[in-house]
Design a protein around this ligand. Structure first.
Ligand code: DGL
Length: 359
């Protein structure tokens, strides 16, 4: 009798364990649906040898090949790809940004899309990430990913970056945190991250503020969330735009003359970001050109070339008197993006200053 009981109990245990496994197994209908939008960059690059990590060709591998090169993607998400562009990201344009942003918003409005990964060159990745952070109208995860080595190189970083970005884009933890950047096991906020090293895999950092979290194995771990406005809380709408107001950046340095500001004013810019020395200082010699620009309606944002810290309002310049906008802690290339979008709403420096304190 005992023998029959033991056999019955053993069969019961096996059935229970199998049922448990079945419940937790992520069958295809339980996997998140993640769209991979490809724009180009090193992650789609190719080098002449497996030791070529500089001097390779960026933006040559199509999105379907990127996906097929990482078969493990199919175990963690239902993925499908779309080629938005095929460019090295130093060639990024407003046209691609607007096409990408509109497609992201269209896809995320669909119930059958749970998250989006954008593959991108690292040179302007931080700009695209911040632009999307300000115009995506969804709380679903959007993860921008790139690589510093082409897929043809030993220890190429792109495949694992793409794999983890896809996990992140399909995760609940990543929702509501704005546009994220994932490379080198590290999760950054699109607003704060910047490329800090010309040629190493640990190039993306958020100076002074730090990452939002990290990957440990296949698990994303968050330690904080962004506080500045993003995605569904922004006032910017690009849905009807076909271009963006022209904003350029002027770099300040010893013996600067102000001639670049004059040239940009003549070229018809709507805004200038001044990458000032120290705490956003403008040289005395630049003021005639600055005032001439403002007479033409050009909005001036004071940023800083130093890369860290807050540009204080009325610190190194009388912002109240000259109607300058203090750029907070955004680096010049990020301040430019916020100013471009601000100018789609207003050219009032006070309104724009509010935006720099909020985003
Ligand atoms: N040409 C650069 C770009 O496409 C290569 C850097 C990279 O993608 O990592 O951004």
């Amino acid at each position: 009798m005992n023998r029959k009981i033991y056999i019955s109990l053993a069969i019961l245990c096996v059935l229970v364990l199998s049922l448990q496994a079945a419940c937790f197994a992520r069958t295809p209908d339980k996997l998140p649906n993640v769209k991979i939008l490809a724009t180009g960059g090193t992650i789609a690059g190719s080098g002449a040898t497996n030791t070529t990590t500089v001097g390779y060709t960026a933006a040559v591998t199509p999105v379907d090949a990127l996906i097929n090169n990482v078969p493990e993607l199919k175990k963690i998400a239902n993925v499908s790809g779309e080629q938005i562009s095929q460019i090295a990201s130093e060639n990024m344009t407003n046209e691609v940004w607007l096409k990408l942003a509109k497609q992201v918003n269209t896809l995320l409005s669909q119930d059958d899309v749970d998250g989006i990964v954008i593959t991108h060159g690292t040179d302007t990745l931080e700009e695209t990430a911040y632009f999307l952070n300000l115009v995506v109208k969804s709380e679903k995860p959007v993860v921008v990913v790139g690589s510093m080595r082409p897929p043809t190189a030993m220890s190429a970083d792109g495949m694992l970056n793409l794999y983890r970005a896809t996990i992140l884009a399909g995760s609940r933890e990543a929702a509501g945190k704005g546009v994220l950047v994932m490379l080198n096991d590290t999760i950054h906020a699109g607003r704060d991250v910047t490329k800090t090293i010309t040629d190493r895999v640990d190039t993306f950092r958020a100076p002074e503020i730090g990452p939002l979290g990290f990957f440990t194995g296949d698990k994303p771990v968050f330690y904080r969330a962004p506080l500045r406005k993003h995605t569904v809380f922004t006032e910017f709408d690009i849905s009807q735009l076909t271009d963006l107001p022209r904003v350029d950046i002027v770099y300040h340095y010893a013996n600067n003359t102000g001639d670049v500001i004059k040239a940009l004013t003549q070229a018809g810019v709507k805004g200038i970001v001044h990458a000032g020395t120290g705490n956003g200082s403008i040289g005395k010699v630049e003021y005639p050109a600055v005032e001439a620009a403002q007479e033409k309606g050009v909005v001036i944002v004071r940023s800083a070339r130093v890369g860290n810290g807050i540009v204080a309002r009325n610190g190194e310049a009388n912002d109240d008197k000259y109607n300058f906008v203090a750029g907070d802690n955004l680096n010049p290339q990020k301040a430019r993006i916020l100013l471009m979008l601000a100018l789609t709403k207003t050219s009032n420096p006070e309104d724009i200053q509010r935006m720099f304190w909020e985003y």
